[in-house]
Structure formats: structure tokens, C-alpha cells
Write a protein that binds this ligand. Structure first.
Ligand code: SF4
Length: 161
């Protein structure tokens, strides 16, 4: 009888797991929000947007104070920042990079080109808006948008996280 009382209830372990899991989830979400690492992908644009993205990463805007760091590998990145129109050759590479990123991942369409093909609208080799190829979380219009617009987009992503 005494032994029976000491034994854990059958569902006790499950209950403990349930209590622990949200705490762990919250901790992981907290860490992710404090280190939103980005991967910059120039699809095939004019480099106007590239300059603005790189400017946002320089000490003038200093996004590193928010934990935003540009990474070289898709496997280390949470956020994919795509600029330029996606052409036939880049589509395959874009999909490879997107699938290499760990979940949960977020995508920013930076500039008019990935949003609506922009000035490359009639180009024979451009395969369409970015959101027809991969899901897009935040759109940043402009040709090119300013570095502040990228920071604003990052805030929107952080709210989604
Ligand atoms: S949106 Fe404008 S600046 Fe950016 S890649 Fe396209 S043409 Fe160049």
C-alpha cells in the first residue's frame, strides 16, 4: 500500500513534459528574437538594393546592436533577404538556399524587383514575383528602398517570431 503511494501517477511524466515544453519553447523563441541572423541573396538585380542592404549592416545603422548579423551559410540564417528579380538560373539556386535554411524561416522581398519584377518586368529570362516561388513574409517596396526600410522589415519579422 505504501509503495503504491510513492509511485508516480501514470500521467505525471506526461504532465511534467507539458509544463516544461512551453517554458523551453519560450526560451528558444526568446533566443531567436535576440539573434535574427540574415542571409542576403542578390537574385539578379542592378545592385542598387545590395548597397542599401549592406549600408544597413554598417556601423552607421549598426543593426548588430539588435543581434542582426549577416551570415554566409543558409544553415545559419533565420531570415532570407532577397533583392533583384528572380531569373531562370537563379530560381533553382533560390529554392536550394531556401530549403537549406532551418525552420522556422522568414523571407523579406526587398525592393520592387522581387515584389513585381520592377524595371525587369518584360525581361525574357525573369520568372516572376518572388512570392510565386517561395512564401514571402514582408514586402519592402522601393527602387531601391532605404536601409531604414530594412530595419522596419526586421521589426515586422521580430513581431511574427
Ligand atoms: S528594385 Fe531597383 S534598385 Fe533594387 S535591384 Fe531592382 S532595379 Fe535595382
Amino acid at each position: 500500500m505504501k509503495e503504491e503511494m510513492i509511485k508516480p501517477m501514470p500521467n505525471e511524466k506526461k504532465l511534467k513534459d507539458k509544463v516544461k515544453k512551453p517554458l523551453l519553447d519560450r526560451f528558444i523563441r526568446y533566443c531567436r528574437k535576440k539573434s535574427p541572423w540574415i542571409l542576403h541573396l542578390g537574385a539578379s538585380g542592378c545592385n542598387g538594393c545590395s548597397i542599401e542592404i549592406l549600408a544597413a549592416l554598417t556601423p552607421k545603422y549598426d543593426v548588430e546592436r539588435f543581434g542582426i548579423v549577416a551570415k554566409g551559410s543558409p544553415r545559419h540564417a533565420d531570415i532570407l533577404v532577397v533583392e533583384g528579380p528572380v531569373n531562370v538560373k537563379m530560381k533553382k539556386r533560390l529554392l536550394t538556399i531556401y530549403h537549406q535554411m532551418p525552420d522556422p524561416k522568414y523571407v523579406i522581398a526587398f525592393g520592387t524587383c522581387p515584389i513585381s519584377k520592377g524595371v525587369f518586368y518584360d525581361c525574357y529570362n525573369v520568372v516572376g514575383p518572388l512570392d510565386k516561388i517561395i512564401p514571402v513574409d514582408v514586402y519592402v517596396p522601393g527602387c531601391p528602398p532605404k536601409p531604414e526600410a530594412l530595419i522596419q522589415a526586421m521589426i515586422k519579422i521580430l513581431e511574427k517570431m
